[in-house]
Design a protein around this ligand. Structure first.
Ligand SMILES: Nc1nc2c(ncn2[C@@H]2O[C@H](COP(=O)(O)OP(=O)(O)OP(=O)(O)O)[C@@H](O)[C@H]2O)c(=O)[nH]1
Ligand SMILES: [Mg+2]
Length: 454
C-alpha cells in the first residue's frame, strides 16, 4: 500500500460524454494543488461545505473550463481529509485535461476504491461499512439498496464491536491467569464467559443462516416453475416475462433444458426457471431434463408447482402435492388453465394455499406475484440485518467454530492456554469483519473491486 497521505485525484463520474463530469481530489495538499489551477476565490480562504464558481486554467493561462468547486475541509469530509470536487462540463477531453493539470501540480491518480479506503483508514467507518458502499453503488433493486444502506449506517458492525470488546475482557483475564499459573487463581468468571459465548452465537448464527437469503436477494431468488408436461410452465414463464422466451406447444415434453430470466417484483429480484415437465419417459434427452428438474427444485429458493386443471384428475393432483410437501423448499401450488377448467374441479381442490391462474389468458398473475413476495418475506424471518458478503459469512462461521471450541474447552476443563487460544481465534475472526484486524492483502483485495473515483 502506498503512502496513505498522498493527495489523490480521479474522475468520480462515469467515463464518456455527460452533462457534467466530477473530479474528486483528496489529501493534505488538495487545496494548494487545486488552487494552482483554479482562478476564482482563493480556496484556502473558502469555508468548508461551500461551492465556488471559477475557471480552470493551464500554465499558459488558457481557460480549460468554467467549473464549480465544492470544498470539504477535513475531518468533515468523506475521507476525513481535505476534499475538493470539481464539477466541469462532461467532456472526456476537458476532464482528462483537468486531471493531467492536477497531476502536474502534485496529485496522484487514485487507485480503485482509494477514496473509500482512505475513509476506512482514517476511521470514518469500519470495513463492513466500507464494503457496503460498493454494494450500494452496485445495487440494482430496492432490496439490495436497503440492505447496503442499513450496513453503511452501522448494520451489524456496532453489535459485533460491542461483543468483541466484552470478549477481549475475558481474553485478558484468562491471559492473566496464565501469568499466575502456579497459584491457581481464577480471574475470568467461567460462567460469565459461557454466557457471553452463548450470546455471541445467538447473534451471529441468524446472520449466518440469513446469508442464503441475502445472497438470493443480491442474485435473484431462484424460482423454479415445475409440474407435469403440458401443465403450462413455459406459458407461465412467458407471461411473467412478457416475452415469448420459451417454446410453448401442446406436445407433452416440449421443454427439455431449463430456460431462465429475471424480473423484479416490487424491488425483489426473482430468477424464474422453466423446467422439463416431470414424468417417466423413455426418451433419453427428456429423461436428462427431468433429472435436472429435480436438481433445480432442490436448489430453488421457491418452487411454483403448476398443475393442469383441464387434464388432471383430483387424485393425480393430490398425489403430486404429497411429494411436494416433503420438499424443504418453500412452494406455491398453482392451478393453471382456469379459462377452460371444469369449475367443479377447482372447487374440490380449493385449499387455502392454492393460487388459480390462467397463464395463457394472463389472469390472476397479480395474486401469484403477491404470494411470491409473501414467500420471500416469510423466509427472511425476523432478522433485519442481512449478510450478503461472502467474506463476512466466512468470518462469522470461523467465529462460531472458535466459540464452539471455547465452550467445549471450558466444559471439559481443558488447560487455560488452549481456551485462551480459542478465544483469541474468535476475536480475530470477529475483528476481521469490521476491519479491527486487517492485512494489506485483505484491504487491497477488497478495495481493488471498487470503481475508480469512489
Ligand atoms: N386453456 C389454456 N391452455 C393453456 C394455458 N396455459 C398453457 N396452455 C396450453 O397448454 C399447452 C402446454 O403449454 P406449455 O406452456 O408448453 O406447457 P409446459 O408445462 O411448458 O409443457 P412441457 O414443456 O412439455 O413440460 C399449450 O398448448 C398451451 O397453449 C391456459 O392458461 N389455458
Ligand atoms: Mg415447457
Amino acid at each position: 500500500m502506498n503512502a496513505c497521505n498522498d493527495t489523490i485525484a480521479a474522475l468520480a463520474t462515469p467515463p464518456g460524454i455527460g452533462a457534467l463530469g466530477i473530479i474528486r481530489v483528496s489529501g493534505s495538499e488538495t487545496i494548494p494543488i487545486v488552487n494552482a489551477i483554479f482562478k476564482g476565490k482563493d480556496l484556502s480562504k473558502a469555508a468548508s461545505h461551500t461551492i465556488l464558481l471559477g475557471t480552470i486554467r493551464d500554465d499558459e493561462n488558457t481557460i480549460i473550463d468554467e467549473v464549480l468547486v465544492s470544498v470539504f475541509k477535513g475531518p468533515h469530509s468523506y475521507t476525513k481529509e481535505d476534499v475538493i470536487e470539481i464539477s466541469g462540463h462532461g467532456s472526456p477531453y476537458i476532464l482528462q485535461k483537468i486531471l493531467n493539470l492536477l497531476i502536474t501540480k502534485g496529485a496522484r491518480l487514485a487507485r480503485p476504491g482509494e477514496f473509500t479506503q482512505k475513509a476506512f483508514l482514517n476511521g470514518r467507518f469500519d470495513l463492513a461499512q466500507a464494503e457496503a458502499v460498493a454494494d450500494l453503488i452496485a445495487s440494482e433493486n430496492a432490496s439490495m439498496q436497503q440492505i447496503a444502506m442499513k450496513q453503511i449506517r452501522g448494520g451489524f458492525s456496532n453489535e459485533i464491536k460491542k461483543l468483541r470488546e466484552e470478549l477481549i475482557h475475558f481474553a485478558s483475564m484468562i491471559e492473566l491467569e496464565l501469568d499466575f499459573a502456579e497459584e491457581d487463581v481464577e480471574f475470568a468468571n467461567r460462567r460469565g464467559l459461557v454466557r457471553l459465548a452463548d450470546k455471541i452465537q445467538a447473534i451471529i448464527r441468524p446472520l449466518i443462516e440469513g446469508f442464503e437469503y441475502g445472497n438470493a436477494i443480491k442474485n435473484g431468488i431462484p424460482t423454479v416453475i415445475a409440474g407435469k408436461p403440458n401443465a403450462g410452465k413455459s406459458t407461465l414463464l412467458n407471461a411473467l416475462l412478457n416475452e415469448e422466451k420459451a417454446i410453448v406447444s401442446e406436445i407433452a415434453g416440449t421443454t427439455r433444458d431449463f430456460i431462465e430470466d429475471e424480473i423484479h417484483i416490487d424491488g425483489i429480484a426473482f430468477r424464474f426457471i422453466d423446467t422439463a415437465g416431470i414424468r417417466e419417459t423413455d426418451d433419453r434427452i427428456e429423461a436428462i431434463g427431468v433429472k435436472r428438474t429435480f436438481e433445480k427444485m432442490k436448489e430453488a429458493g421457491i418452487i411454483i408447482y403448476l398443475f393442469d386443471l383441464i387434464n388432471e384428475s383430483t387424485d393425480a393432483i393430490n398425489s403430486q402435492l404429497k411429494d411436494l410437501k416433503a420438499s424443504e423448499v418453500p412452494y406455491l401450488i398453482v392451478g393453471n388453465k382456469t379459462d377452460e377448467a371444469d369449475p367443479n374441479l377447482k372447487e374440490r381442490l380449493t385449499r387455502e394455499d392454492t393460487v388459480f391462474i390462467s397463464a395463457k389468458g394472463k389472469s390472476n398473475l397479480e395474486e401469484l406475484k403477491e404470494r411470491l413476495k409473501l414467500c420471500v418475506h416469510k423466509s427472511s424471518g425476523q432478522s433485519n440485518t442481512i449478510v450478503t458478503n461472502t467474506r463476512h459469512l466466512h468470518s462469522l462461521q470461523q467465529t462460531d467454530e472458535a466459540l464452539n471450541r471455547t465452550l467445549k474447552g471450558i466444559n471439559t476443563q481443558m488447560s487455560n492456554d488452549l481456551v485462551a487460544q480459542d478465544i483469541r481465534s474468535a476475536l480475530f475472526h470477529l475483528g476481521e469483519i469490521t476491519g479491527e484486524v486487517t492485512t494489506d492483502d485483505l484491504l487491497d483485495n477488497i478495495f481493488s473491486k471498487f470503481c475508480i473515483g469512489k
